[in-house]
Design a protein around this ligand. Structure first.
Ligand SMILES: Cc1ncc(COP(=O)(O)O)c(C=O)c1O
Length: 421
């Protein structure tokens, strides 16, 4: 918002260049959702400088990264100052050992080869690189509501038409309504074919993990239509029931799916930056050309490999000790989420999610998400995220994050009880 006002001030003051603004960026509505929430927090603190603000908004992790992991990064970084330990550029696809460890840890019973794993600086960046790979001529589908990077990045690369104010949607993007009315999964018989289907499970923001049967339907739909699924499993570590943790658990997915994932939410690497993408060898473009070859080209050309220090940390996460320590982190956030679910549900508010994801999705029928967001912020000094920021299907909901220090979660629960009792 601040940036927009800066641009407007400079227009017409004689200092503009002759470079036209990218028309795709011009199509974007509002700023990116999470910086908008962060700026609301800042404004709130300016208004109430003594308020003890509790942020259950943007979904950033809060707990320290386990010692054994930071020690590995520190040792690796320190060795860079020695003749024996110095390393420069690494493989663009990622450190071999780490690719193997990812394949072995996350795809143990699933047919994924280490050479199909591409290590990256996080899945948000992989979303943009995948869209670069696909170009502006493909059509896309997203869940509604969904993580906003899928739509916004698609608009930026030119895959979307104009924003239609009356319906709150971009032209040329297919929105799959996913709410409690359909168990968070649409009837695919009434869905139009697109080239690409973004699908996130467990879903951010609803917290719903798609069942095996739902994912089988999705894979069958993609196979029947010759579409590619981009499956986001960033929250797979939070799955408690027997929902699939990877799309590759579904037979036939290797011919129609790419998977993106991240160290951010299970290891607290939101600032360290590390993720990965799996592109199976069997996935082919309509010409028969392997998608993996083009993705490799993109990674070599537009990315020079993830930070070697972050990758050392990633390897430490996947050691026996690291896996145990990160599992405790996940448990901690799950307990937070359980506390919030119980509190909100006890207030007679219908809540979804929270079982297989660190997010709860609270319903306020008949109210506008932004109004509920503002009321909670003004009266309790707690930030959440308005559901409509994730798409028109999120109107009437707010997302509450379970990422936080336990004492803040308990305090937030008390404040919510006071507000809604
Ligand atoms: C569904 C989903 N995918 C991807 C990301 C981005 O993850 P990363 O930190 O790896 O870029 C997020 C971050 O919140 C997310 O919620």
């Amino acid at each position: 918002m601040v940036q927009n006002s800066l641009i407007v001030q400079k227009e017409g003051d004689g200092r503009s260049t002759k470079v036209p603004r990218n028309v795709n960026l011009q199509k974007l509505r509002n700023g990116y959702l999470f910086p908008q929430i962060a700026s609301q927090e800042l404004q709130h603190l300016e208004k109430y400088p003594n308020a003890k603000l509790i942020s259950l908004g943007i979904g950033d992790t809060t707990e320290p990264i386990p010692d054994s992991i930071t020690l590995s990064m520190a040792n690796y970084a320190h060795a860079l100052s020695t003749a024996e330990g110095y390393r420069g550029y690494g493989a663009e696809q990622g450190n071999k050992e780490l690719r193997k460890a990812i394949a072995k840890t996350f795809y143990k019973d699933v047919p994924v080869k280490d050479t199909e794993v591409f290590v990256s600086d996080g899945s948000q960046c992989d979303i943009a690189r995948l869209l670069l790979l696909l170009g502006s001529n493909v059509t896309i589908t997203v869940q509604d509501p969904s993580f906003p990077a899928y739509i916004d990045s698609s608009v930026i690369v030119g895959q979307a038409g104009d924003f239609e104010d009356e319906i709150g949607k971009y032209h040329n993007i297919e929105y799959l309504g996913c709410g409690p009315q359909n168990n968070f999964f649409p009837d695919l018989k009434s869905v139009c074919r697109t080239d690409i289907i973004f699908f996130c499970s467990p879903n951010n923001p609803t917290g719903h993990a798609a069942t095996r049967n739902q994912l089988e339907q999705l894979v069958e739909f993609a196979r029947d239509n010759g579409s590619i699924i981009i499956f986001d499993s960033a929250y797979a570590a939070y799955i408690t029931d027997d929902s699939p943790r990877s799309i590759f658990e579904i037979p036939g997915a290797r011919e129609v799916a790419i998977e993106i994932s991240s160290f951010s939410k299970f290891a607290g690497f939101t600032g360290v930056r590390l993720g990965w993408t799996v592109v199976p060898e069997e996935l082919l473009f309509s010409s028969g050309f392997p998608v993996i070859n083009d993705f490799d080209r993109i990674m070599c050309t537009c990315f020079n490999g993830a930070s070697s220090i972050a990758q050392a940390g990633g390897l430490a996460c996947l050691s026996c000790e690291g896996l145990e320590a990160t599992a405790s982190l996940v448990e901690y956030y799950k307990e937070n989420t359980k506390i919030l679910v119980e509190t909100v549900a006890s207030l007679g508010i219908k809540v979804y999610g929270g079982i297989n994801a660190p997010y709860i999705w609270a319903h306020f029928p008949g109210k506008k998400s932004w109004d509920v967001f503002t009321e909670i912020l003004e009266k309790t000094h707690i930030t959440t995220v308005p559901g409509s920021g994730f798409g028109p299907g999120g109107e009437g909901y707010i997302r509450i994050s379970g990422f936080g220090h336990r004492e803040n979660i308990l305090e937030a629960s008390k404040r919510l009880e006071m507000l809604f009792t």
